[in-house]
Design a binder for this molecule. Structure first.
Ligand code: FAD
Length: 250
């Protein structure tokens, strides 16, 4: 018998499913498993924990630097709590589907048949991979509050991938229209502006193709704070909400 022996580390997990009621109480912030725990089905826990941190990091930095008011931190709970609540729901459902009684097996077979169809499979895959997260940032272009796709852009300096623009963890205003037409001088120190072109289709996970915007304001966490299609309406409000009030002309 070569059974397991002399472990250097032991852990355990259960189907425990819990979520903190509030992710922020004044100076105390919760992220990762401290904020939400659930069964490991689908490998989603670390994924959403890292996304909590990425959502919170730039907001904390802006508040600490005095760029944004403390109220910006409340958007962390508002955005991230519903995401984990859905993960708790889908992992609880997966626990139920793994039961071995006849009724649960019949339910699992029925769900498997549904997942054989394109639409439900894409929806569940987008949900479990975290690619269909949609923060409620109000009415507007379908990109608003969604993760910016990693497009291949063309610029005067050569080809450019959108996600490389996020490596600096700074906001980006992507101008896909006439170069130089957007004036964001009061935010120039905080928001990087890029003139670029993109000729392909805008295809979003679970949503499909959407109308091509001519400008997109991307937060440091990769989510779209504003998207314009033929108008700049709302751009100044979005810049102020997410990246602080305009700097005084100097
Ligand atoms: C079997 C299993 C499989 C999994 N598979 C996946 C997967 O495939 N994909 C995925 O995305 N997720 C997966 N997860 C979930 C993932 O492991 C967790 O969601 C993730 O590790 C949580 O990270 P965390 O940093 O929030 O918490 P933790 O990893 O728990 O880190 C917290 C750290 O804080 C330390 N600590 C606690 N108290 C104190 C203290 N008072 N002072 C100092 N340090 C302290 C702890 O020792 C620990 O190192 C799995 C989980 C399990 C159980």
């Amino acid at each position: 018998d070569f059974g397991v022996h002399s472990p250097t580390w032991l852990s355990r997990f259960t189907d425990m499913t819990r979520q903190a009621a509030a992710y922020r109480d004044r100076r105390v912030l919760l992220a990762g498993d401290a904020a939400h725990v659930h069964p490991p089905m689908g490998g989603q826990g670390l994924n959403i924990g890292v996304q909590d941190a990425v959502n919170l990091g730039w907001k904390l930095a802006q508040v600490i630097k005095g760029i944004s008011p403390e109220s910006l931190l409340d958007s962390y709970h508002a955005e991230r709590h519903p995401v984990a609540a859905r993960v708790l729901r889908n992992t609880m459902a997966q626990v139920a589907l793994r039961r071995t009684d006849d009724r649960s097996k019949a339910l699992a077979d029925t769900v498997a048949e549904l997942l054989g169809m394109d639409e439900p499979r894409k929806k569940i895959a987008a949900e479990m991979s975290g690619l269909c997260v949609h923060y409620d940032l109000g009415e507007g272009h379908p990109l608003l509050g969604r993760r910016m796709p990693d497009l291949d852009l063309t610029t005067a300096g050569g080809p450019l991938r959108v996600f490389t623009l996020l490596h600096d963890a700074r906001p980006v205003l992507l101008n896909l229209g006439e170069p130089g037409r957007l004036n964001i001088a009061p935010w120039a120190e905080r928001v990087r502006q890029i003139d670029a072109g993109y000729a392909g289709i805008w295809d979003l996970p679970a949503l499909g193709s959407v109308v091509a915007p001519d400008a997109v304001l991307i937060r440091p966490d990769g989510y779209v704070a504003w998207a314009g299609a033929g108008t700049q309406r709302g751009l100044v409000d979005a810049l102020t909400t997410w990246f602080g009030p305009p700097a005084a002309a100097g």
